[in-house]
Design a protein around this ligand. Structure first.
Ligand code: FES
Length: 592
């Protein structure tokens, strides 16, 4: 590394003016005397047993996101060891440090509520510590966007390494995977199709190894989008967590991080408009999680790039679903890995990609693709001309019920519901839903539309993955598998159904959703991209005047929650905090 430090090899800096900006000399603690600051820093780090020779190397930070609560990150310690090996082999000094971690089932009220906290933690630790580059180790849903949001804002050379997907389990000869099959079997249990004993057995087999959910949920989607965006080494998204290849990815990421420090290959050079367009193409081609839209919007926002929902919808019409994975198809991530991973997908959509986009390899996406061996016959990634689903996996809906937009994963719904007018059955909140949805006296029919309010970014708060409203027991037990459900919530990427999500503005800030009453008629027309509340404007205006403005709750008035409630933006802005975004300068996807 072309180090600019003036202390020279072995110097503790006490006799020389420190003007360097890298390694131990970077971001010195303020004591009013830079030489003393370096002297003191070195004194303390030598308590870790380092020599001056080691401390003179480029410093590669490694985010340690292990936690006893996060099974998706169970393999982080061994990944760190492999990253360190790669850094050392390439002549750098690896230094791991903790940032907070998030697991979907161990984050109250939601992991989305804490994503921005993790992003702030990442950003400030990258800015506050002397790292020349960093290997970001994440995996579980919110961790990848949080790490990349923080890295983008700190603009330190960064390379993403995911923990990798779990391998599948099995039950009575059937493959099982978290968490599409969690929901499927829970639905069967609710409909009394399987016993309490059997659901207990299944519970032990749904998450059978370290790693992230092995369907095309949010974790898999974000891993693939990060690789497509160029922030991960080629081939890094799909390697299962338990395979030796995963450790080789870690070693290679460590080695590459040393080179990136020398090249000053910062995120702003990689996370460009073109890179986000590539990520969005892949999101469509894999039939990825709806959550990815919120995360990619937030990540882009950190670079001053605005994701345009209407252009996004147009892009979806052009890029079909090619990957046959659950929840839209049949396979699991280990199948995609064996089929060649992201590279196999990129080959099929090559004509739609920005091949000149720069990546962490220092080469362009097109050059990376040219470096890979030719493909082979496989069943997981279909030909562009023979897709799993032709119409764009996610559609953006507009109308008086969602003036700021709403989305639906049309590739994972009963197509018979794509054009439907139905009667609203309204739940005012999540507690109201929990209390009444299985009430035998609930006035609900299969062709009704279930509406959930107050489950958005502010209303819940934290925009829970509650958009997958359960089918009322009285209908589920009669064999009803899908109904239209509308909310301002999100949905797990592992779920499926005719589910309208991210209704914007949300009901808690007075969006039209707040005005819906039991018995109102609602029209959903996915081909026309329409979502309309069929109530005349005068009546809606009268309802709006009667709408009670909810006062801040006691718990909203202090700490992180106060910050969240005051600063959280709506879904169409990525639910980032408003003060974390720079000025918006660019739009993506571009209108072509
Ligand atoms: Fe971590 Fe699904 S719970 S990826």
């Amino acid at each position: 590394m072309a180090r600019s430090g003036k202390g020279g090899k072995g110097s503790v800096g006490k006799a020389k003016r420190v003007t360097g900006k890298s390694g131990m000399r970077k971001g010195l603690t303020a004591y009013g005397d830079e030489g003393f600051s370096l002297f003191l820093r070195k004194a303390f780090i030598k308590a870790m047993g380092y020599t001056d020779e080691a401390l003179d190397r480029p410093i590669v930070g490694i985010t340690n996101t292990f936690s006893g609560f996060n099974a998706c990150h169970r393999n982080v310690p061994e990944l760190i060891e492999a990253v360190k090996r790669g850094v050392m082999l390439a002549g750098g000094l690896p230094v791991e440090f903790p940032v907070i971690t998030l697991h979907e089932s161990f984050a109250h009220p939601t992991s989305m509520y804490l994503r921005n906290l993790m992003a702030i933690d990442t950003e400030e630790m990258l800015r506050g510590q002397p790292v020349d580059s960093v290997v970001l180790i994440g995996g579980c849903d919110k961790t990848v966007p949080a790490l990349l949001m923080g890295a983008a804002s700190a603009n330190v050379p960064s390379i993403m390494l995911v923990t990798g997907p779990m391998i599948t389990g099995d039950h009575k000869g059937e493959r099982l995977g978290a968490c599409t099959d969690c929901r499927r079997f829970w639905g069967k249990f609710r409909a009394a199709e399987i016993s309490e004993e059997e659901i207990g057995e299944i519970n032990k087999k749904l998450a059978p190894s370290a790693g992230t959910c092995m369907v095309m949920g949010t974790a898999s989607t974000m891993a693939l989008c990060s690789e497509a965006m160029g922030m991960m080494l080629p081939g890094g998204a799909c390697v299962p967590a338990v395979m030796a290849d995963r450790l080789r990815q870690a070693e290679a990421s460590g080695a590459r991080a040393v080179a990136m420090a020398k090249e000053k290959l910062t995120p702003d050079r990689i996370m460009t408009v073109e890179a986000f367009e590539n990520a969005l193409r892949v999101l469509f081609a894999v039939g990825g999680s709806t959550n990815a839209i919120v995360h990619l919007t937030a990540m882009a926002g950190r670079l001053g790039i605005k994701l345009d929902l209407d252009a996004f919808d147009k892009m979806g019409r052009e890029t079909p679903v090619l990957v046959d994975l659950k929840p839209t198809g049949q396979g699991y991530m280990e199948d995609l890995y064996k089929a060649g991973g992201l590279t196999t997908i990129l080959r099929e959509i090559k004509h739609q990609l920005n091949l000149k986009a720069l990546t962490v390899t220092g080469r362009t996406l097109g050059q990376n693709m040219a470096d890979t061996p030719p493909g082979w016959n496989q069943q997981v990634v279909r030909k562009f001309s023979d897709p799993v689903f032709a119409g764009g996996s996610i559609a953006v809906l507009r109308g008086n019920l969602a003036p700021g937009g709403a989305i639906i994963k049309q590739a994972a719904m009963d197509p018979k519901l794509a054009q439907h007018v139905g009667r609203a059955v309204v739940f005012e909140s999540l507690p109201d839903l929990a209390e009444r949805v299985d009430d035998p006296d609930l006035d609900v029919k299969a062709d009704d539309i279930l509406v959930l309010k107050n489950a958005g970014p502010i209303g819940a708060p934290g925009m829970p993955e509650a958009g997958y409203l359960p089918i009322p027991k009285k209908l589920g037990s009669k064999g009803v598998k899908d109904m239209i459900r509308i909310s301002d919530a999100r949905m797990s990427g592992t779920a499926f159904g005719a589910i309208v999500l991210h209704v914007t503005p949300e009901s808690a800030v007075g969006g039209t959703l707040a005005l819906v009453q039991n018995g109102d008629r609602i029209r959903l027309d996915v081909p026309a991209r329409k979502l309309e509340l069929l109530v005349d404007d005068a009546e809606l205006e009268a309802r709006r005047r009667r709408l009670k403005v909810s006062k801040p709750r006691k718990e909203d008035t202090r700490g992180y929650r106060k910050l969240f409630m005051e600063q959280i933006t709506q879904a169409d802005e990525g639910c980032d905090f408003s003060f974390l975004k720079p000025e918006i300068t660019t739009r993506t996807p571009r209108k072509r």
